[in-house]
Ligand binder design. Structure first.
Ligand code: PDD
Length: 277
């Protein structure tokens, strides 16, 4: 595979970053993951806007214009296999002597690669996945798509160790999001997802589901979900760029609803697949 690093296209396994890169030393950077369907980046403008927000939030100037980003992403897509892909891009505060304060002069490190997009396993769509609830131990700026993901990694691994596919996080007894996904629940026949704010990442897939619900007259509320409500939800979904919309059919070892993907998920999944093609 061919990647982009600081102006050059090169084989991924030859691309190198100096050890003093602040991404390596401090996790001082932000990233995006963009699905690519039939060679076309999906919702690219939304991803570039969120990237810009993340960069602003860490006081790092965007090193490239949207046009430049688009060109590089298209080049990386072209260099790699046909079929669906996912683009990973990352910007760090660059290479500098290790010191917590921002370096005086920075040349941000810009990296873009493509991964094959493994279509979601049909078994998962037929049976759904398991999730466990965990305390949201992360920081107060979860709206920033930071490359510093240690809490998310520990939470996801805890879920995997329990035989589940995702950790659904609760802060002060309210659902925030998953370790690497957003969360929807069906409560009293209505689709509900937590409101955007600093406690969760404004997911591009989340926003699309809200948009599609609106377009198809599916009632959807953006409000807090309590632990109690989650435990008794008729349906639970997780959404992300790589997993699209997945039904959670077991929560903490108990069936969600009747333990099968629910009717509203079936409907939204079909709408989503239709929209992306
Ligand atoms: N993660 N919340 C968190 C913490 C995430 O890491 C992600 C996605 C999402 C969903 O956002 P989106 O719909 O824009 O993908 C929510 C990506 C896929 C990752 O880290 O690989």
């Amino acid at each position: 595979p061919i990647c982009y690093l600081n102006g050059d296209y090169q084989p991924l396994d030859e691309a190198c970053v100096p050890v003093l890169d602040r991404g390596f030393i401090f996790g001082d950077g932000v990233y995006e993951v963009i699905p690519v369907y039939a060679g076309k980046p999906f919702r690219l403008d939304h991803h570039l806007e969120r990237l810009n927000d993340s960069l602003n939030n860490i006081y790092l100037a965007n090193p490239l214009s949207d046009e430049q980003w688009t060109r590089i992403i298209q080049q990386v897509i072209m260099h790699n296999a046909e079929g669906d892909q996912s683009i990973y891009l990352q910007v760090t505060r660059g290479v500098a002597k290790r010191d917590h304060g921002f370096p005086g002069e920075t040349r941000p490190t810009v990296f873009v690669m493509s991964n094959p997009f493994s279509a979601v396993d049909t078994k998962l769509l037929e049976e759904g996945v398991g999730a466990i609830t965990l305390e949201d131990i992360r920081w107060q700026y979860c709206h920033i798509k930071s490359i510093a993901l240690l809490p998310n990694i520990l939470l996801r691994q805890q879920a995997l160790n329990a035989g589940a596919a995702e950790a659904i996080l609760l802060k002060a007894d309210k659902v925030t999001e998953g370790a690497a996904s957003n969360v929807f629940a069906v409560l009293d026949g209505k689709l509900v997802t937590p409101p955007k704010g600093e406690c969760l990442l404004p997911g591009i897939t989340r926003d699309l589901v809200v948009e599609l619900a609106d377009k198809h007259d599916i009632a959807c509320e953006q409000r807090d979900i309590s632990r109690e409500e989650l435990l008794h939800a008729a349906e639970i979904w997780i959404t992300s760029s790589t997993r699209e919309i997945l039904p959670v059919t077991h929560l903490d070892g108990h069936p969600v609803g009747d333990g099968l993907p629910g009717p509203l998920w079936q409907k939204m999944y079909a709408i989503y697949q239709d929209h992306k093609n």
